[in-house]
Every structure is written in structure tokens, then in C-alpha cells.
Design a binder for this molecule. Structure first.
Ligand code: SF4
Length: 457
């Protein structure tokens, strides 16, 4: 067993990482699907979209070939509507709510239609929003992820001068760095960020990390308002023996490396265990398989009924050949003794010992909690990917005296934190949700900031 990179040919990488949801090939194909829409009154698809996109309206516009109007309808609610059409779990949002499901017929392919309009807008660089004259007000946004960019776009439309401070060298946040490359490519993410910036009035300063290159106190002095959209950090620790061994990696770091480094550069094991069953766990497991791992086993401490991922995501993992083990929790990672040639003096992973769980009483989440049966089983693995949730930047928040609950920023109804003029939103507040939730959080934050600045909105 070994962890190595460059396991496949260029063609195999290309095939394994090509777009999982191909677009409509022709205008006719899009119009046939658009014409199936019943244009429901009080449409459930719109109600189930966290950003409230007027779905029947944008689909109707496709039927009359008014693609510009359709894209505007989408972007006015969700400026990252193009990216969301690729990464949203639509089966539990708009498409899951489509009335066709009640008739046991295929739901309208809302995401594919949304992609049809928005990609055309990006391709032709149609700028569908006009920035109002500058108000002279300045807002700093920390984090160029979906919440930060969405907030920046609304503020810029209203004539606010926005500066975004981003710790990475690209914008897009989770969209750019935390999602499987076969769902959304790095190039698309870059194009989407540039498209959003097309309105003007937004400057992104890259490689600027809060607490390292920039201080909150300095931003407070320079700007009328600061909006924190710092997201969440690396994977939650397992807190089990052997976690420090060579071959144990964070899922987010693994996904980040695939997107930044290139498919052939990222090492993957022969036998990989993935801990967790959320979207990040699925993205890590499927990509490990697509990078050439011989066997990938996903472990979850509850049953399929309590899984956090959607059925569609689970089906992708199964189709990719990942094994799924329910009611299993990691107990210990075993391996060879510490090696003097390793800079950290670690040994290599050889086995993962797991506890067999059973379901107990419901916990605070309402789901039945996993209880250790005392039995164990052992998997022979050379790589363990941790995807048991992400942790908020607790230290950073505390050091800046921002009120928080276990690191999650506490905000008032208007989005403001306990510190006057400092607002926050997105994953750093809710602990990590979907991209589309972050976009809405950015809109809400912008509305609160505009009211705070006395600008009608
Ligand atoms: Fe169209 Fe389905 Fe939405 Fe009704 S629920 S408006 S049919 S997409």
C-alpha cells in the first residue's frame, strides 16, 4: 500500500473530472424543457430557494428566447446564480419542490435551465446592473467567498466603494477551493468572480489575511463599515490516537490541493478511508477514487436515514465505486513506528480501527444519536481523510472581542455584531451551509449595512 500521485494518464484525469452535469446542447433542447414548466402561482420552487429566485419568470423568459432578461431575473436574486446552478443540492431545494414530483414525473431541470441563461450572460459579458453614483461611503469586506461577493455586489450597486480583503490568491471562497472539480472548474470560478466585479466599485486585495496582514482595528479606522465573511476553517479533529500520522489529511485541504495543484500532483492512497457523510466527505471520497485510489470506504456513525448529504450525492459516491459503512466511528489510527526520515517524526498509516455504533435517543439536532456498542472492526488503509465538519475561526473571533458561540459569530437582526459598525454573515455566523445560503446572507448583510449608513434600500 502506498500514497502516490500521478496514478493515471492525462486522458483518464480529463474523463474523470469532466463536467458531471453537462449543459443543454441546443437552444431547442432548453426550450423543450422550459415549455414543460407550469409557471405555478406562488411557485414552490421559488419558495424553496434560499435566495428566492423567481423561477417561473426566468423559465418563461427562456421560452421566448429572452435570455438576457432570464439571466437578469436570476442575478437580481442571486449574483452567483451561475455557480449555484452547478453546485446547489437542487434535489432538496427548487427541483425537490417542483410540482411535477407530486405527479410522479421528472421535475423541471431548473438548475440546467438556470445554467443555460447565466452562462450565456457570462460568456457574452452582459452587464445587467448599473452602479449608482458613488455615495462616498466605504465598506471593507473580509473574505471574497459567496457571502462577501454577494454583499459587495449589492453595496456597489448602491454606490458604496467596496474593498474586499481575501487571504487566498483567488476569489470565490468555498466555490473556488472547497468543491469537487467535476462539479465546478477553477476556471469557471475565476470567470464568475470577474463577472461579478464587472459592475465596478469593488476592489479585491488578495493574500490579505485577517490577523496576519490586516488588523480589524485598522479596517475600522479606514472604513465606515466592516463586513466579516471569513467562512469556516479546516476539518474538525477526530481526537483519536494516531491522528497525527502521515497519511491522515483534512478533506478541505485535500480538495483545495486538487483544485490548486492539478490532478496529477495530488497524492492519494491505495486504500482510503473517508470519515463523514456530508457534501465535503462525498467530494473528497469521489475525487480520491477519480484520482486513482483502488478502494475508498466512507464511514458514518449514524445510518443512511440520518445522512447529511443528499441521496443524489450518495448515489454519485456509490456509482464511483466508494464503499459505504454505516454505524461506524473512528476509534484509533494505527501504523508503523515513527520514522526518523519524516520531518515530523511520524509513522505511516496502516490501519483504521472503528467502533461499531447503534442508534440511541435523539440529540439536539433531532436525529438519533450514535452510541458505542463496544465492538470494533479494523480496516487496512494507507490514507484517512477527515470530513467530520469544519470548525469556525474561534481564536480569531475571540482575539477581536467579537461575541460568539463556540467560535460562530453572533449577530443582531440587522447583521451587526456586538461591535458598532462591524457586520458579519455567511458560514462564520451559521457554522457552514450551502453556497446559496451564503449568497443570501451577503444580501441580508448588505441591506443591514445600507440601513446603518442611512442609505435607502
Ligand atoms: Fe415550473 Fe415546477 Fe416551479 Fe411549477 S414548481 S413553476 S412547474 S419549476
Amino acid at each position: 500500500m502506498s500514497i502516490t500521485n500521478n496514478r493515471l494518464t492525462a486522458e483518464q484525469y480529463h474523463n474523470n473530472f469532466s463536467d458531471i452535469h453537462p449543459p443543454f446542447e441546443t437552444k431547442d433542447a432548453a426550450q423543450v424543457e422550459a415549455n414543460r414548466c407550469l409557471f405555478c402561482y406562488d411557485a414552490p420552487c421559488t419558495k424553496s430557494c434560499p435566495t428566492g429566485i423567481n423561477v417561473p419568470k426566468f423559465i418563461k423568459q427562456i421560452t421566448t428566447d429572452n435570455i438576457k432578461g432570464s439571466a437578469h431575473t436570476i442575478f437580481v436574486s442571486n449574483i452567483m446564480g451561475a455557480g449555484c446552478s452547478k453546485v446547489c443540492p437542487v434535489e432538496k431545494l427548487c427541483e425537490g419542490a417542483c410540482v411535477y414530483n407530486l405527479m410522479d414525473e421528472e421535475a423541471i431541470p431548473i438548475a440546467k435551465l438556470q445554467r443555460y441563461s447565466t452562462e450565456k450572460a457570462m460568456e457574452h459579458n452582459w452587464q445587467l446592473f448599473e452602479r449608482k453614483p458613488s455615495t462616498g461611503k466605504k465598506v471593507a469586506i473580509v473574505g471574497a467567498g459567496p457571502a462577501g461577493l454577494s454583499c459587495a455586489h449589492v453595496l456597489s450597486c448602491e454606490g458604496i466603494d467596496v474593498t474586499v480583503y481575501e487571504k487566498e490568491n483567488k476569489g470565490g471562497g468555498l466555490m473556488t477551493y472547497g468543491i469537487a472539480a467535476y462539479k465546478v472548474t477553477p476556471q469557471f470560478c475565476e470567470d464568475e468572480v470577474n463577472y461579478i466585479l464587472g459592475i465596478g466599485g469593488i476592489e479585491i486585495k488578495y493574500n490579505q489575511e485577517l490577523g496576519k496582514n490586516i488588523l480589524l482595528s485598522d479596517l475600522q479606522k479606514k472604513y465606515d463599515v466592516v463586513y466579516l465573511a471569513i467562512g469556516v476553517g479546516l476539518a474538525r479533529q477526530l481526537d483519536i490516537p494516531g491522528e497525527e500520522m502521515e497519511g491522515v489529511v483534512d478533506a478541505i485541504k485535500f480538495i483545495y490541493d486538487i483544485r490548486e495543484g492539478g490532478y496529477d500532483k495530488v497524492p492519494v492512497g491505495d486504500n482510503v478511508a473517508v470519515i463523514g457523510m456530508g457534501m465535503t466527505a462525498i467530494d473528497a471520497a469521489t475525487q480520491a477514487k477519480r484520482l486513482g485510489a483502488k478502494e475508498v470506504t466512507m464511514l458514518y456513525r449514524r445510518t443512511e436515514n440520518e445522512k447529511p448529504c443528499t441521496q443524489v450525492e450518495l448515489d454519485i459516491a456509490r456509482l464511483d465505486g466508494c464503499k459505504i459503512v454505516w454505524l461506524a466511528a473512528p476509534k484509533e489510527i494505527k501504523g508503523e513506528n515513527a520514522r526518523p526520515d519524516d520531518p515530523f517524526g511520524r509513522g505511516k498509516v496502516q490501519q483504521l480501527v472503528c467502533s461499531v455504533m447503534k442508534l440511541g435517543e435523539p440529540d439536539t439536532s433531532g436525529r438519533r444519536s450514535p452510541v458505542d456498542t463496544g465492538e470494533t472492526f479494523t480496516l487496512n488503509v494507507d490514507m484517512v481523510i477527515k470530513a467530520a465538519g469544519q470548525m469556525p475561526f474561534e481564536e480569531l473571533v475571540k482575539i477581536n472581542s467579537i461575541e460568539n458561540k463556540s467560535g460562530k459569530v453572533v449577530i443582531k437582526e440587522n447583521g451587526e455584531t456586538n461591535i458598532k459598525g462591524i457586520f458579519a454573515g455567511g458560514d462564520c455566523v451559521n457554522g457552514g451551509k450551502e453556497v446559496v445560503d451564503a449568497v443570501q446572507a451577503g444580501k441580508d448583510g448588505a441591506a443591514g449595512i445600507l440601513r446603518y449608513l442611512g442609505i435607502g434600500y
